[in-house]
Design a protein around this ligand. Structure first.
Ligand SMILES: Cc1ncc(COP(=O)(O)O)c(C=O)c1O
Length: 312
């Protein structure tokens, strides 16, 4: 049995996405960026319902619960994770209560916030990230009046979700003739990079996983990412799947003035991506692609860019 099938059989995730997501060559964008080869891993196309890169984790996080479960999770008002949870939980007959802090107003964050308002059973707003724990407590209390509750950490940063991202790495291996030099992705709560770091190690690839940090260090950091990767590895070992130690991602700061605040470099990346038919969001994808525009700083040649944002 294929490793991915064995893992699915053992952990029984639900099916939310259409796999594999496409891997598309982008020769014109590669030329514009000055890299020899660029491939786009279209995680934005994971599900027609939306959710982008978060769908893979949600397959594991939303599984195995009683009907009518109330999922409680947290994030910014523009959080794809919050929206993905609300949308996919609803499709499975569950409900979602969100605790959210307001993030800078952009077209993308507004669209996600509007979609969250339509899909969530209830949203408790915090004034800012610092008071989010209080909003989480209030959300948890209020969710209790709706049914059986399940907590999902912000960003879906949980070892089970990391297993979903690990499967994405195995999926990539079946789509490339040879390993890329580098995988570039935005680093938020770290689950996606953790899964890819585990996959690269399991595949025996020399590929660098470069996470562009787009959230404060307290949330997005190497320690947390590796902790998630190791916990996912243990979880798989408990199912009889033994993997080598995960590869640590290289983390590059792309945050700028703060989480969700557009940067000039990110805006330039957005414009360039748009010329090539891609929609990036200013919070994640734009800041990650901006790294590739800093020619000379990064000696990368055959790159896979992890395209994570699904326009709601
Ligand atoms: C669009 C998008 N890209 C990337 C990320 C980062 O993924 P992770 O939190 O797994 O680091 C997120 C997380 O919310 C996201 O919504």
């Amino acid at each position: 049995m294929l490793l991915s099938e064995k893992i699915r059989a053992a952990l029984a995730p639900c099916r939310l996405g259409q796999w594999p997501t496409p891997l598309e060559p982008a020769p014109a964008l590669a030329r514009a960026l000055g890299v020899a080869a660029l491939y786009l891993k279209r995680e934005d196309r994971a599900s027609a319902r939306g959710g982008g890169n978060k769908v893979r984790g949600l397959e594991f996080l939303l599984a195995g619960v009683p009907p009518g479960t109330v999922f409680v999770t947290a994030g910014g008002t523009g959080s794809t994770h919050c929206l993905g949870t609300a949308v996919h939980a609803a499709a499975l007959g569950h409900r979602t209560v969100l605790a959210q802090f307001r993030q800078p107003d952009t077209a993308e964050s507004r669209a996600v916030a509007a979609a969250c308002a339509r899909r969530a059973a209830l949203i408790v707003h915090a004034r800012g990230p610092a008071t989010l724990p209080l909003a989480v407590l209030a959300a948890w209390r209020r969710a209790g009046t709706l049914g059986v509750r399940r907590w999902i950490p912000g960003g879906g940063a949980h070892p089970r979700a990391v297993v979903g991202q690990f499967l994405a790495g195995l999926e990539l291996a079946a789509q490339v003739a040879e390993p890329p030099d580098t995988i570039v992705l935005p680093l938020g709560t770290g689950g996606t990079a953790a899964g890819l770091g585990l996959a690269v190690a399991a595949l025996g690839w020399g590929t660098r996983v470069v996470g562009v940090r787009v959230a404060p260090r307290l949330v997005a950091n190497g320690w947390r990412t590796m902790r998630l990767a190791r916990a996912a590895r243990h979880l798989l070992a408990d199912q009889g799947v033994r993997l080598p130690a995960p590869r640590s991602p290289e983390i590059v700061n792309g945050l700028g003035p703060g989480y969700g605040h557009p940067t000039p470099e990110g805006e330039a990346a957005c414009r360039l991506a748009a010329e090539h038919g891609l929609t990036l969001d200013p919070t994640y994808g734009a800041k990650a692609l901006a790294l590739l525009m800093e020619r000379g700083t990064w000696n990368v040649q055959r790159v896979v860019f992890w395209h994570t944002f699904a326009v709601p």
